[in-house]
Structures are given as structure tokens and as C-alpha cells.
Design a protein. Sequence first.
Length: 162
Amino acid sequence: MGKTLFHSAVFMIVRDETGRVLLHRRANTGFMDGYYDFPSGHVELGESFAESAVRELREETGLIATNSDLSLRHVNQNYFDQPYINIIFDVNAWQGTPIIMEPGKCDDMQFFALDALPEKCTLGVRDVERAGFSGSPTISNVNLKDFETLVGVPFKTVWDGQ
């Protein structure tokens, strides 16, 4: 049997004082452009999941948090174009004002109420919405049919394959 190597990404759920969640709209990435997502990014060699989350949060939003400010919310495993393990954290404390730090990859960023999320949200957002934004951490394994059900479009329509 062959060896499966997973790519890993981290996603951060940042809430404001009213409980709204911070989402940014993907742009010019070739993957799910026009869809809202949590601040997120790939885990780099030698980083822990928490270290990656803190780094990506700062790089994408300008917000400052520490490893101890994070708590695990959800773990997702999928095998679409490449096998992925996605780690989603609640950011329980943070400093700063969120701003678009990567305008070449994001064209909007704002807080949304949980009952008023944008129509076009990524799998990560929809999977956490389905599992619940509060309570104990959750785990999911999403297949292509689940993707289409949660996101509302087939996977091949939101990835340009490059």
C-alpha cells in the first residue's frame, strides 16, 4: 500500500465583542475566489499547528495572538485534489484591528453574525457551521459529495487545477 502524505492548513475563528466571526473573501488565488473564509494558511516545515495559526493570523489580518490564546475547534480531513488535514482554532484573545494584509489574495474582510454568514462560504466555514461554532471540539471527514452539499457547488468549479 502506498504512503499518503497530507498537506496541512490552519484556520482561525476570530470573534468580536458581539460574537460575530471574522471572514475574508478570497481573490486571485485560483481556489474558491469570491468565497468567504476564516483567516487561514498552510503549515510550514518545522512549525506546530498553533505556531502556524499565530503566524498566519498576523500575516493575513495584522492581529496579534499567542499559542496560549488558541483552542481547538474542529479538525477536518479530506481528499479532493490532494489529501488535507485542516486544523481550525478559536482565537480566544487577540490584539489589534483586523485589516487586509494581503490585498493580492483578499478583497474584503469583515465580521459576520453567525446567523447572517455570506451565501458564498468555503468548506471550512460551512463544516464548522454544521458541527457548531461552540461546544466541544469536533472532527469531520468530508468527501466530494459532502463538499457540494455544504458549499453548494461541485469542487471542480472552485479550483482551477493549477
